[in-house]
Design a protein around this ligand. Structure first.
Ligand SMILES: Cc1ncc(C[n+]2csc(CCOP(=O)(O)OP(=O)(O)O)c2C)c(N)n1
Ligand SMILES: [Mg+2]
Length: 540
C-alpha cells in the first residue's frame, strides 16, 4: 500500500469515500465543488445530477437505506446546502447513513462577502451526527473518513462536511484512509434475558419490527426469535416483509386487535413515536429494543429496553430456551382477524367505482408488482392506502419518508432505487400534491436513462389536509389543486411518457404499458376527492 496519497482535495476525498464503499455521487452543479467532480470523473465513479438539491440528498438516502452503506450527496456552497437540509433531516430521523459534502466560500477572505458565503455547520449540526469544516487539504481524507464512520456507527445517521474553496482546490499529500468497522454495541445480557422471558411468559405477546431490523441486518434473527418464542410479528418501514406474507407469524391487518389486547408488546428497531401511539398500548407492558442506548424512549416507561446490536439481541431471544406460555390460541385469534381484514381489503381493492378509489389502484398494482419490486410512497392519503394495501414480500423494498414525513422524496428516492437495482421494478406512489415537489426531476431520470414508474393518485386536493381541515373548521382553505391536471403530460414534455386513467377497467392495461415502457412513465389516476383515509387525527 502506498505510504501517502497525493492530489487535489477532490482526489483526497475520493480515496476516503471509496474506502467506505461509496460508489456514486448525487449532485447539482456548482463551481465550489468542481474538484469532487474532477476526481469522480477521472476515477470512473458515476455522477448523477438532479434539478433540485433535495433530490440529490434523497437519492443518497435511498442508496443508504437500500444498500445499507453510506450514500453521498455533493452540494454546492450556500443555497445548494440549504436546499438539502430537509433531506438531511429526513436521514437523521430515519437513521440513514448519508454523507453530504458541501462546497464553502473561501476561508482566506471569510466575512468579506464572497458569493454563497454562509457558515453551514450551525444550520446542519442539529440534524446530523457530525458536522464540521475541513481546515486544510491534507486533513481531507481523515475528515471524510471520520464523517463516514459516524454515519455507519449505531445509531446510524447523516454527517456533513464543508470544504472551503481553497482547501478543496489545493493539492497536498496525506496518509491513505482505511475504513473503520464500527464495533457492534454489546447489549446487556440481563436486559436480553428479561425481555425474552417477558415475551415467553406473556399470554398475548406482539412484536413490531421496524426499519433498524433491516438496517442492522437482523432479519433472519428476528424470524428465529419470533419462531422460537411463537410471537406474532407486525412490521413498519423497511422492516415490512421481514417475515414474508404467508409466514404463520406474519401479520399486517390485525394490528388493532393485536395492540388493544396484547399483554406484552416488543417494539424492535423503531422509535415509540406517533406511528405507534407513542408507545402506549393499553395495559400491555412494553419492551423497546433499540440499536443504541440513546434510542431508548424517554417519554414512556418500558418494562425493559435492551440496547445494542439487534442481531445479537434477537439471536439472544431465539436462543433463550426455558418455559413458554402457549400462544397458539392468541395466534389463531389474530389469524382470524387478519383473514377478515384481508377479505375486507380484497373487496375494496376490486371495487369498480366511478370515480376510482385509491384501493383499486393498489388492487391492480398488486397483480403486476414482482416480489422484489421497490415501492416508494410520497404523498398523503394516497400513500397511507399504499401502506395498507401493498404488502412488501421482501424486507428493504418499501421506502416511505419516515417519521419526519417530508413530502418530495419521490424522484430522489426513485433515482437511488434505480441506481441500486438496474433491473427491478421501481414504482413511486405519489399524491398529486406531492408531485409538485420533485416531478421536474423526471428530466434528470430521462436524461440519465433511469426509468421508473410513477403512479399519481390524482384527487385534485391536498387530501390529508383538506379533509381534516373541513372536519375541524367546517371549511377549508389552501387545500385545493387543479382537478384532473395532466401530470402525465408534464412527464411526456420532459422526455418520458404517460397517460391519464379515469376508469378502473383501464388501470391494469395502463400499468402494464408503464412497466413495459423502459422510460420514466407516469400513470395519472383520477381518484375520488371525496374519499378520505380513515384516521383518528392527522396531528396526533
Ligand atoms: C414538505 C411538506 N410540506 C407539507 C406537508 C404537509 N402535508 C402532509 S400530507 C399533505 C397532503 C398531501 O397531498 P397529496 O400528495 O395530494 O396526497 P393526498 O393526501 O391528496 O392523497 C401535506 C400538504 C408535509 N408533510 N411535508
Ligand atoms: Mg392529492
Amino acid at each position: 500500500m502506498a505510504q501517502t496519497i497525493e492530489g487535489h482535495g477532490g482526489e483526497l476525498a475520493l480515496a476516503a469515500l471509496r474506502a467506505y464503499g461509496v460508489t456514486e455521487m448525487f449532485t447539482l452543479s456548482g463551481a465550489h465543488v468542481f474538484p469532487l467532480y474532477d476526481a469522480a470523473h477521472k476515477a470512473g465513479m458515476p455522477i448523477y445530477d438532479v434539478r433540485h438539491e433535495q433530490s440529490a440528498v434523497f437519492a443518497a438516502e435511498a442508496v443508504a437505506k437500500l444498500q445499507r452503506r453510506p450514500g453521498l450527496a455533493v452540494l454546492t456552497a450556500g443555497p445548494g446546502v440549504t436546499n438539502g437540509i430537509s433531506g438531511l433531516t429526513s436521514a437523521y430521523f430515519n437513521g440513514s447513513p448519508v454523507l453530504v459534502l458541501g462546497g464553502r466560500a473561501p476561508a482566506f477572505r471569510w466575512g468579506a462577502g464572497s458569493l454563497q458565503e454562509i457558515d453551514h455547520v450551525p444550520l446542519v449540526a442539529p440534524v446530523t451526527k457530525y458536522a464540521a469544516t475541513v481546515a486544510d487539504t491534507a486533513s481531507i481524507p481523515t475528515a471524510v473518513a471520520r464523517a463516514l464512520a459516524a454515519t455507519i456507527s449505531s445509531h446510524r445517521g447523516p454527517a456533513f462536511l464543508d470544504l472551503p474553496l481553497e482547501v478543496l482546490f489545493s493539492s497536498d499529500d496525506a496518509a491513505p484512509p482505511t475504513a473503520a468497522d464500527p464495533a457492534p454495541i454489546e447489549p446487556d445480557p440481563d436486559d436480553v434475558r428479561v425481555a425474552a422471558a417477558l415475551l415467553a411468559a406473556a399470554e398475548r405477546p406482539v412484536i413490531i419490527a421496524g426499519s433498524d431490523v433491516w438496517a442492522g441486518d437482523a432479519v433472519a434473527a428476528l424470524r428465529a426469535a419470533a419462531e422460537a418464542l411463537q410471537v406474532p410479528v407486525f412490521a413498519n418501514g423497511m422492516g415490512r416483509g421481514a417475515l414474508p406474507p404467508g409466514h404463520p407469524l406474519a401479520f399486517a391487518k390485525a394490528r388493532r386487535p393485536a395492540l388493544n389486547e396484547a399483554d406484552v408488546v416488543a417494539v424492535i428497531g423503531t422509535p415509540l413515536d406517533f406511528r405507534l401511539g407513542f408507545g402506549e398500548f393499553g395495559a400491555a407492558r412494553v419492551i423497546h429494543v433499540v440499536d443504541a442506548p440513546d434510542q431508548r424512549a424517554g417519554h414512556v416507561g418500558t418494562a425493559v429496553s435492551p440496547a445494542g446490536d439487534l442481531h445479537r439481541i434477537l439471536s439472544g431471544f431465539a436462543g433463550s430456551g426455558g418455559d413458554r406460555a402457549d400462544h397458539a390460541e392468541w395466534i389463531a385469534g389474530l389469524r382470524a382477524a387478519e383473514h377478515a381484514g384481508a377479505v375486507r381489503d380484497a373487496e375494496a381493492m376490486a371495487a369498480d367505482t366511478d370515480p376510482i378509489k385509491p384501493a383499486r389502484v393498489y388492487g391492480e398494482l398488486r397483480k403486476i408488482l414482482a416480489d422484489d419490486a421497490v415501492t416508494i410512497g410520497d404523498g398523503g392519503d394516497f400513500v397511507s392506502y399504499a401502506g395498507r394495501y401493498l404488502e412488501p414480500a421482501r424486507p428493504g423494498t418499501w421506502l416511505d419518508p419516515g417519521p419526519y414525513g417530508c413530502l418530495g422524496t419521490g424522484m430522489g428516492y426513485a433515482m437511488g432505487a434505480r441506481v441500486t437495482y438496474p433491473d427491478r421494478q421501481v414504482c413511486v406512489l405519489m399524491g398529486d400534491g406531492a408531485a409538485g415537489f420533485s416531478l421536474l426531476d423526471v428530466e434528470a431520470l430521462v436524461r440519465q436513462r433511469l426509468p421508473v414508474v410513477i403512479v399519481v393518485g390524482n384527487n385534485g386536493i391536498w387530501g390529508l389536509e383538506k379533509h381534516p381541515m373541513r372536519a375541524m373548521y367546517g371549511y377549508d382553505v389552501a387545500a385545493d389543486l387543479q382537478p384532473g391536471l395532466r401530470y402525465d403530460d408534464v412527464v411526456t414534455a420532459l422526455g418520458g411518457a404517460g397517460e391519464t386513467v379515469a376508469t378502473s377497467a383501464d388501470l391494469g392495461p395502463a400499468l402494464e404499458r408503464a412497466f413495459g415502457s423502459g422510460v420514466p412513465y407516469l400513470v395519472n389516476v383520477l381518484t375520488d376527492p371525496a374519499d378520505a383515509y380513515p384516521r383518528s387525527s392527522s396531528l396526533a
